[in-house]
Design a binder for this molecule. Structure first.
Ligand code: NDP
Ligand code: BG6
Length: 513
């Protein structure tokens, strides 16, 4: 099944071939994430020959579902959501090893039944198996599942050996600092940190990993990567989609919890951290935590503060009218949930002292785009113009995380002709042009990494707490303010005026990516 042409990871993928025989157990297997991402990820790993020879998938949920029905649901999910078509020869090997166990997430007997099913598989194939638990339920049951994994002994199967149990935990990991700490305590009472894989799917994205390669495999960037040369940094995570059918979840969350605390902060940490001593998980995560620790507490006052929040109002997207957030199904008539958030951060260390970092994320924005833009200081003066007032463009290095993955660099160039006139030009590198466009989904990489016990692309307990520590005062402030200070922006725009004001104060403006 393995074909180096089909899978860009396959070159140099030796570590990914080392997974022991594995049973992946998905809690919440009847859910949206399982169908859209997890089952297709497992199928694509099978297609590339990257699953261990002895591999089983067990779905777990409250409703009784026969194995055959789950196999059918899983096949349908692959047909609908996989990046590559379902091939009968691959599926016919995976399907008989796709099983279902039903029961309550807080029901000890159900976990006993699950344990018996796993032991039955081990007896059948005559080998000890690693169990990788994937908690893909709403967060209200993260803790009961962890506790039952502890009480049933499932968490401690084959401890100290490569087959030792592991657990992947979905987001949101808590809703503020206190709840994240409580969840970390529950998990730590059951699992060792080395068994725990807190997921942030942005870390599994190809271009996010490329950020590390660009920074640390190219010697030209490091000398410039500091306050002497960088004017400011902008990180944008913009979505075109609105809240859709997810108001039930989103009303209790908002952009700060849903996108900034996790995905955007991770992009910031990877961009700004010090070079790690090696690429092992702890070295990278140590550097990320140090960076998060260096961020100064934010000023929250309405005027001259470091934060902005807003809700989308009705507007036009792609020429079509779309509803405002307050008109969406399931949104409270007095909702103060922000669908956009922006922060102005200062990082108090030698490298970044005095360099503002601007972060923004919102739904229903003009275009789906995630990018990190490093804006360099301008060349001193302008010897190419008669007036000092005519400025050369600032060099900007932009990492386009999605879509249209790649990198660009804005430089000043001479316009051909007898006069010496300059114009900003863009040097572009496009992933799709160089490497083709069928790159693996984030969840493929992350499930595979967890299976071999590599936690580099997962969040450590202290990392998530540090990030919550930063955003929790903002959440508390906004809660006391209600709708006061909540700005609006038209759907299909680049966000509210209050976000522009965060940059105006420093003479900066947001890029239109
Ligand atoms: P769902 O709401 O679809 O729930 C998953 C399953 O959990 C359900 O099918 C149901 O299974 C069970 N469940 C639902 N509600 C409850 C409840 N109140 N108590 C106990 N069990 C419940 O979630 P998703 O699949 O969308 O997401 C799963 C996790 O992944 C969540 O933590 C989410 O935040 C996260 N996530 C999801 C993304 C997505 O795109 N969907 C993206 C990023 C993260 P059953 O009834 O069979 O027990
Ligand atoms: C999820 C958020 O974590 O990330 C969603 O809960 C958001 O609200 C999604 O839409 C965005 O992910 P991606 O990979 O589409 O950028």
């Amino acid at each position: 099944m393995s074909d180096p042409e089909r899978h860009p990871f396959l070159h140099g993928l030796s570590k990914h071939r080392g997974a022991p025989p594995t049973v992946v157990v998905i809690f919440g297997a009847s859910g949206d994430l399982t169908a859209r991402k997890l089952v297709p990820a497992i199928y694509n790993l099978a297609l590339d020959g990257l699953l261990p020879a002895d591999f089983y998938l067990i779905g777990f949920g409250r409703k009784p579902i026969p194995d055959a029905e789950f196999q059918q649901v899983a096949a349908d999910a692959v047909r609908e959501f996989s990046r590559r078509e379902l091939q009968d020869d691959v599926w016919s090997r995976l399907a008989p090893r796709t099983l279902y166990v039903s029961g309550g997430y807080d029901e000890a007997a159900a976990f006993q039944q699950l344990a018996e099913r796993i032991e039955g598989i081990e007896k059948e194939i005559g080998q000890e198996m690693q169990t990788l638990f994937y908690i893909s339920t709403p967060p209200s049951v993260f803790a009961p599942i962890s506790e039952n994994l502890g009480a049933s002994g499932l968490a401690r199967r084959h401890v100290g050996r490569p087959q030792q149990s592991k657990v992947i935990i979905e987001k949101p990991f808590g809703k503020d600092l206190a709840s994240a700490q409580a969840l970390n305590r529950t998990i730590a009472s059951v699992f060792a940190e080395s068994q725990v894989f807190r997921i942030d799917h942005y870390l599994g994205k190809e271009t996010v990993q490329d950020l590390l390669v660009q920074r640390f495999a190219n010697a030209i960037f490091e000398p410039l990567w500091n306050r002497n040369f960088v004017d400011h940094v902008q990180i944008t995570v913009a979505e075109e989609v609105g809240v859709g059918t997810r108001a039930g979840y989103y009303e209790g969350s908002g952009a700060l919890r849903d996108m900034i605390q996790n995905h955007t902060m991770q992009l910031l940490a990877l961009t700004a951290m010090e070079p790690p001593v090696s690429l092992d998980a702890e070295s990278i995560r140590n550097e990320k935590v140090k960076l998060l620790q260096a961020i100064q507490p934010l000023r929250l006052e309405a005027a001259a503060g470091d934060v902005a929040r807003a809700q989308y109002a009705e507007g036009l997207l792609g020429g079509n009218p779309v509803a405002g957030y307050m008109q969406e199904d399931g949104v409270d008539a007095k909702s103060s949930t922000e669908t956009f958030a922006a922060l102005r951060l200062n990082i108090n260390n030698w490298r970044w002292h005095g360099v503002p970092f601007y972060l923004r994320s919102g739904k229903r924005m003009a275009r789906r785009v995630t990018e990190i833009a490093i804006r360099f200081k301008r060349a001193p003066g302008n010897i190419f113009a008669e007036s000092e007032r005519i400025q050369l463009a600032a060099n900007t290095l932009a990492f386009q995380i999605q879509p249209d993955e790649g990198m660009s660099l804005i430089l000043n160039a001479k316009i051909p002709g007898l006069e010496t006139r300059t114009q900003p030009v863009k040097m572009n590198f496009k992933y799709a042009t160089t490497f083709g466009s069928n790159t693996p989904e984030a969840y493929e990489r992350l499930v595979l990494d967890a299976m071999i016990g590599d936690s580099t692309l997962f969040i450590r307990g202290d990392e998530t707490e540090r990030s919550w520590q930063l955003v929790t005062p903002i959440l508390e402030h906004w809660r006391t303010q209600g709708r006061t200070g909540l700005d609006t922006y038209s759907a299909g725009s680049w966000g509210p005026k209050s976000a522009d004001a965060l940059l105006d104060a420093n003479g900066h403006s947001w890029r239109e990516p």
